[in-house]
Design a protein around this ligand. Structure first.
Ligand code: HEM
Ligand SMILES: *[C@@H]1O[C@H](CO)[C@@H](O)[C@H](O)[C@H]1NC(C)=O
Ligand SMILES: *[C@@H]1O[C@H](CO)[C@@H](O)[C@H](O)[C@H]1NC(C)=O
Ligand SMILES: *[C@@H]1O[C@H](CO)[C@@H](O)[C@H](O)[C@H]1NC(C)=O
Length: 489
C-alpha cells in the first residue's frame, strides 16, 4: 500500500514538473491553445482513448476559440488553413511523418508508418508502377468480377425482399479487391455467410487498439510475451486466414503461380532491407488490406446514402448512365468512359468530400528548418498537423458544406475548388491506392444503379456520419450501417 502511494506521489510530482516545463519553458509555450492540452498528453489521451477517437472534433472546437493555429499537445501544433496546408504539404517538400503518431498503423516495416522521408521514398518506389493508372486499368476485369459477385448477393436479397447491409457489402468488395491486388489470393469475404461482419468489426477493433497503443506503446513488449494460445484466441477467423494467406507467400512454389502482386514486387525488388524481411512483408500486406478496405467501403457507403437521399440526384445519375449506354462486361468495359461521365464524376467527388478518407489529423515534421506560419515560427522538429475534413467542411470554401451537392463540381470555377479537396491526403505521402479506389467506386456505383432500384431502409445520417475518428472514420457504435431494399431493374 505504502509503495503504491509513493509511486502515485512520484507520478504526480513528475507530471507537475513536466507540466511546468511545457507551459513556461517549452519553445511552444507562446502558442495559443488550451493550457491543459499544452501541459500533458493525458488531455489527448482522454479524448482519443477514453472517448474513442474524439480528439479531432475537440481540435475543431479549439480552432473556433483560438484561431488558425493551436498547440494541441505538449509537442504538436495543428493548423486549420487550407491554403497554407496545400502549400506546406506540397510533394516537393521533404517532410517526415510524426513517428509517434504513425508507428501504430502496421508497424515500422509498412510504408504508411515509415517516418523518414528518404526511407519512405525507396519503399514507395517498390510498388509505384503497380498502382499506376495504367496498371490499375489492367485490373478492371477483376474489380468488375467482385462487383458482379456482390450483385448476385444483392439479387438474392431483392428476390427475398430482405434489406441488405450495404456498409458490409461494400467493405467486402473493397477487401476482396485490394487483397486480390496485393496478395497472391483474394480474401473472398464475399463468400462468407456473415457478409464479412466479423472481419469489419475486427477492423474497427484494430483501429481502436492502434489509437490506444499510441499512448500505451510501452506495454507492447508485454503483449509480445503473451503465449501464442491466448493470442490465437484473440484473433478472429478472418484475421487468422489473412495471416495464413500471407504465410503462403513465403513458399516459392506459390510465388510462381501467383500473378504479379504487390508483395511479390516488394520481394523481388532490389530494395531488400536489413532486418526481418518476412515481418516487413506481413506489415506491408496488412497495411494494404487495412488502408484499402475501410476507406473505400466508407466512401462507397456515404456516396450511396446521399444518392438515395435525393430523388433528383438519383434520377439524373440514372439518366446519364442510360444515355451513355455503358457496357459493364468484363471484355469491353472501358473505365475511362465511366470516368468521363460528368454527373457520375461530380457525385463521386462530392461523396469523397463527405467521406474525407482519413478522419484524423495528418502530422508532419520538418527536421531541416523552422516552419513559418504567419507571425508564428514553429521550431524545426515540431510536428505540424492538418485535417482534411476541416477544409472539406469550411463554408468559406464549400458553401453549405453539409449539403450534398454534386453541382458544386460542375461550375466553371470548380477546378480551383479541387485544390482544397484532399480525401487522399497531400504531398509525397498521398494515397498510392487512389486509382484503384476510384476504379472500384466508379464501377460499383455505375453497376448498382444500372441494375437495381435502390431504396433506403430507414438509415439515418447518424448511422454513417463519423463520430469516432480513429484514423479511419467510424460512426456511432450501434450504427445499423447503410440498410437498403432492392429491386432488380
Ligand atoms: C476511397 C478510398 C481511399 C481513401 C479515401 C484513402 C485515403 C488515404 C489517405 C488520406 C492517405 C494518407 C495518409 C497519411 O497522410 O498519413 C492514404 C495512404 C495510403 N493508402 Fe489510401 N485511401 C483509399 C484507398 C486505398 C487503397 C484501395 C489502397 C490500396 C491499394 C490504399 C493504400 C494506401 C497506402 C499504402 C497508403 C500509405 C502511403 C504512404 O505513406 O506513402 N488506399 N490513403
Ligand atoms: C522546412 O524547413 C526548410 C528550412 O527552413 C524550408 O526551406 C522548407 O520550406 C520547410 N518546409 C516546409 C514544409 O515548411
Ligand atoms: C424495410 O424493409 C422491410 C422489408 O422490405 C419493410 O417491411 C420495411 O417497411 C422497410 N422499412 C423502411 C423504413 O423502409
Ligand atoms: C452493417 O455493417 C456495418 C459495417 O460493417 C456494421 O457496423 C453494422 O453493425 C452492420 N449492421 C447490422 C444490422 O448488422
Amino acid at each position: 500500500m505504502f509503495i503504491f502511494v509513493l509511486l502515485l506521489g512520484g507520478l504526480a510530482l513528475w507530471q507537475a514538473g513536466t507540466a511546468i516545463y511545457h507551459l513556461w519553458f517549452s519553445p511552444l509555450a507562446k502558442f495559443p491553445g488550451p493550457k491543459l492540452a499544452a501541459s500533458t498528453l493525458l488531455y489527448e489521451f482522454y479524448y482519443e482513448v477514453i472517448c474513442s477517437g474524439q480528439y479531432t472534433r475537440r481540435i475543431e472546437k479549439m480552432h473556433e476559440q483560438y484561431g488558425p493555429i493551436v498547440r494541441i499537445s505538449p509537442y504538436e501544433v495543428h493548423i486549420k488553413d487550407a491554403d497554407f496546408c496545400v502549400e506546406a504539404f506540397s510533394p516537393v517538400k521533404k517532410l517526415d511523418k510524426y513517428g509517434w503518431w504513425y508507428r501504430v498503423f502496421g508497424g515500422p516495416g509498412a510504408t504508411v508508418s515509415t517516418e523518414h522521408h528518404d526511407v519512405h521514398r525507396s519503399r514507395r518506389a517498390t510498388f509505384k508502377n503497380l498502382l499506376s493508372p495504367v496498371a490499375v486499368r489492367g485490373f478492371v476485369p477483376t474489380i468488375l468480377e467482385k462487383v458482379k459477385q456482390a450483385g448476385l448477393i444483392m439479387s438474392h436479397h431483392a428476390q427475398m425482399g430482405r434489406p441488405i447491409n450495404m456498409s458490409n457489402l461494400y467493405r467486402c468488395i473493397a477487401a476482396d479487391t485490394v487483397s486480390a491486388y496485393a496478395l497472391p489470393a483474394s480474401l473472398n469475404l464475399l463468400d462468407s455467410e456473415d457478409l464479412g461482419e466479423e472481419f469489419q468489426s475486427g477492423l474497427r477493433l484494430f483501429f481502436e487498439a492502434a489509437t490506444t497503443m499510441r499512448f500505451l506503446g510501452f506495454l507492447q513488449p508485454l503483449m509480445m510475451m503473451m503465449p501464442d494460445i491466448i493470442f490465437k484466441r484473440l484473433l478472429s477467423d478472418p484475421a487468422k486466414s489473412l495471416i495464413k494467406l500471407i504465410r503462403t507467400i513465403q513458399r516459392p512454389s506459390d510465388m510462381e503461380k501467383s500473378r504479379s502482386c504487390l508483395i511479390e514486387c516488394i520481394k523481388t525488388n532490389k530494395y531488400r532491407e536489413q532486418g526481418d524481411f518476412r515481418e516487413r512483408l506481413l506489415q506491408e500486406a496488412e497495411q494494404f488490406i487495412v488502408a484499402g478496405t475501410e476507406t473505400t467501403g466508407y466512401a462507397l457507403s456515404v456516396t450511396t446514402f446521399y444518392i438515395l437521399q435525393n430523388a433528383d440526384i438519383q434520377k439524373k445519375l440514372r439518366q446519364e448512365l442510360v444515355d451513355a449506354q455503358i457496357s459493364l462486361n468484363e471484355d469491353d468495359l472501358d473505365i475511362t468512359v465511366l470516368q468521363n461521365l460528368p454527373y457520375l464524376s461530380a457525385i463521386i467527388t462530392e461523396g469523397l468530400r463527405f467521406a474525407h478518407g482519413v478522419g484524423s489529423r495528418l502530422p508532419r515534421v520538418n527536421k531541416t528548418g523552422d516552419v513559418q506560419y504567419r507571425q508564428w515560427r514553429i521550431p524545426a522538429g515540431v510536428p505540424v498537423s492538418m485535417t482534411s475534413r476541416l477544409h472539406h467542411e469550411d463554408p468559406q470554401l464549400f458553401p453549405e458544406p453539409l449539403t450534398f451537392r454534386p453541382d458544386r463540381w460542375l461550375q466553371p470555377d470548380s477546378k480551383q475548388l479541387r485544390k482544397y479537396l484532399s480525401p487522399f491526403g497531400l504531398g509525397s505521402r498521398i494515397c498510392p491506392g487512389m486509382h484503384l479506389a476510384f476504379s472500384e467506386i466508379y464501377i460499383a456505383i455505375a453497376y448498382i444503379f444500372t441494375h437495381f432500384n435502390v431504396e433506403n431502409n430507414g438509415t439515418t445520417k447518424e448511422d454513417l456520419i463519423s463520430v469516432h475518428d480513429l484514423g479511419a472514420p467510424f460512426p456511432k457504435r450501434d450504427s445499423k450501417g447503410l440498410q437498403v431494399t432492392l429491386q432488380l431493374r
